[in-house]
Structure formats: C-alpha cells, structure tokens
Ligand binder design. Structure first.
Ligand code: ATP
Length: 267
C-alpha cells in the first residue's frame, strides 16, 4: 500500500431513516497523519457520518474503506479490531470503576493470551504480556496527565477530567484512526485548551490520525489540517480551515443568508 492511500475513504455515502435523509452522497478521504474535522449546524449529519464509519449505522448507499479495505459491511467490533477507535458525545465511562480499570477495559481484546494459555504460561508468556500491557496503560496515563486520579472512581471526577479518561480509554486500544465526537462539549476554556493540546500531541507524537466533530470553531480552526462542512446531510465544502471559512455557502450556513447578502458586493 502506497503512502498516499487514505486511512479512510468515504465514497458516495447516503443514510436515510425512513423519510429523513441524514446524509446524501457524501464523499471524502482522510490522509494518514491528519487531523480532519467535520463541522456543520445542528442536524447536519455529523454524528450520523461518524456512526457510519464506526459501524453503528450501515449506510443506505455508498462504500467506506479503511486502510484500503472495504469495511462497509463489517460490524463495529470488527472495525474496532482493525484500528478504528472512538469517543462518544455523551460520556460512556463506568462510574463505579477506577480510572485505571476504565482504561484497562478498553484493552482487553488486545491481550492475546486466553484463559487456557494463561494457565499454561502463567509464569512465562501471559505474565510478560500483562506487564507490557500495564506499562503501556501507565504510559497513556502519564501522557494524558491523569496520574493523580488513577485510583479515583471515574464517576467522582469533574467533567473535563472524565472526558480525558474517556479519551485515554479510546487511545488504549491503539487505534490507527480515532473518531472524536465533540471532545470539547461542555468544557470550560482551560479544559478545552488542555484537550486541544492532547489531541495535537496524540497526532504529532503518537502518529494517530484524528477525525473529529466539534462545534467550537476556534478549536477547529486552530488544530485541524483539513475541514469538511456538512449542511442538511450534504457536503458543502472541504479544505484547509481558512479556505473553508471563506466559502460563501459555509458563511451562509453559519451566519444566515442575510448576513452574507448584507456584505458590500463589488461591482
Ligand atoms: N436514529 C435516528 N433515527 C431517525 N433520525 C435520525 C437518527 N439519527 C439521526 N437522525 C436524523 O438525521 C439528521 C442528522 O442528525 P445527526 O445527529 O447526524 O446530526 P448532527 O450534525 O450530528 O447534529 P448535532 O450537531 O445536533 O449533534 C437529523 O435530521 C436527525 O434528526
């Protein structure tokens, strides 16, 4: 596979719920090492698109390739196993479990040793594997700066920190592509700045390709390499942040038609 093969290629994806057209003929590709953001007004189809990629929804039409492989018909678990990780718009942590256990849960499918093998090789392979496993989890905990709360019950943490633990759990699966659904939602400015830094570091230092839905335009413009804009389920623009924001249809979708028309028009 060449370097130019996109990590993710979405081709002509449409999604209907009965009479509702959530997505209409959307195509785009995410390149290796990119932070790619999907923006758009409420109900534009952003979460629907992420759900089509993670396997939660099956597109009515179109194809999705991950790393060159057609994954359109695969279920969510197979896609996760291939290297697609995700976080959710609403928190999905086990509130009564410790931060450490919440993160370990994410990794269980990565352990090769099954029960029998574990019994046979307890003093050998499985134990070594378990140790390596723990070391990697500790590395993620250090990286996301959650050491001080590693033993705390996840449910007792402030919201911003819980979001970070959720990110840690997704990262623990070592995904090649991570889908972030509104990672900054409900955060204060400081929490947003921290989260933006973690996402850029994950991308730059750990080489993780990121596909993100985010409403906070400041963050999107700051950290995205490329942005796609959806409106009423259709793609209306795609490109680098500045060029997308200058696009007349994007301004119309965000600012309202009147605001755009009110601007002086050159003769
Ligand atoms: N499970 C569903 N059943 C029926 N309609 C749905 C379902 N999920 C989404 N829709 C509809 O599909 C359209 C796109 O919704 P979606 O949640 O993908 O938009 P969004 O851009 O993520 O919005 P928001 O920014 O508000 O989260 C909306 O009209 C929504 O009502």
């Amino acid at each position: 596979m060449g370097e130019d093969t996109p990590v993710l290629a979405v081709d002509g994806v449409s999604l209907r719920f009965g009479g509702v057209r959530a997505l209409t003929d959307v195509s785009f590709a995410v390149r290796p090492g990119e932070i790619f953001s999907i923006i758009g007004p409420n109900g534009a189809g952003k979460t629907s698109m992420v759900n089509c990629i993670s396997g939660r929804y099956r597109p009515t039409e179109g194809r999705i390739h991950f790393d060159g492989q057609n994954i359109t018909r695969l279920g969510p678990n197979r896609r996760a196993g291939l290297g697609i990780g995700r976080t959710f718009q609403n928190l999905a942590l086990f509130g009564h479990m410790s931060v450490l256990d919440n993160i370990m849960v994410g990794r269980h499918h990565l352990l090769k040793a099954g029960f029998l093998r574990g019994m046979l090789y307890w003093l050998g392979g499985a134990q070594t594997e378990e140790l390596a496993h723990r070391r990697e989890v500790e590395e993620i905990i250090d990286f996301l700066e959650i050491q001080p709360v590693r033993k705390a019950m996840a449910g007792t943490l402030p919201y911003g920190l819980r979001k970070r633990v959720e990110l840690a759990r997704a990262v623990a699966l070592k995904p090649k592509l991570i889908l972030l659904d509104e990672p900054m939602a409900g955060m204060n400015l400081e929490e947003k700045e921290d989260m933006a830094r973690f996402i850029t570091d994950l991308n730059a230092e750990w080489g993780m390709t990121v596909l993100m839905i985010e409403h906070d335009m400041g963050v999107v413009m700051d950290i995205s390499h490329r942005v796609m804009v959806l409106d009423f389920g259709r793609k209306i623009a795609e490109g680098e942040p500045e060029e997308v924001m200058a696009h007349p249809e994007v301004r119309r979708a965000y600012l309202g038609e009147d605001a755009v028309q009110a601007e002086p028009v050159e003769a």
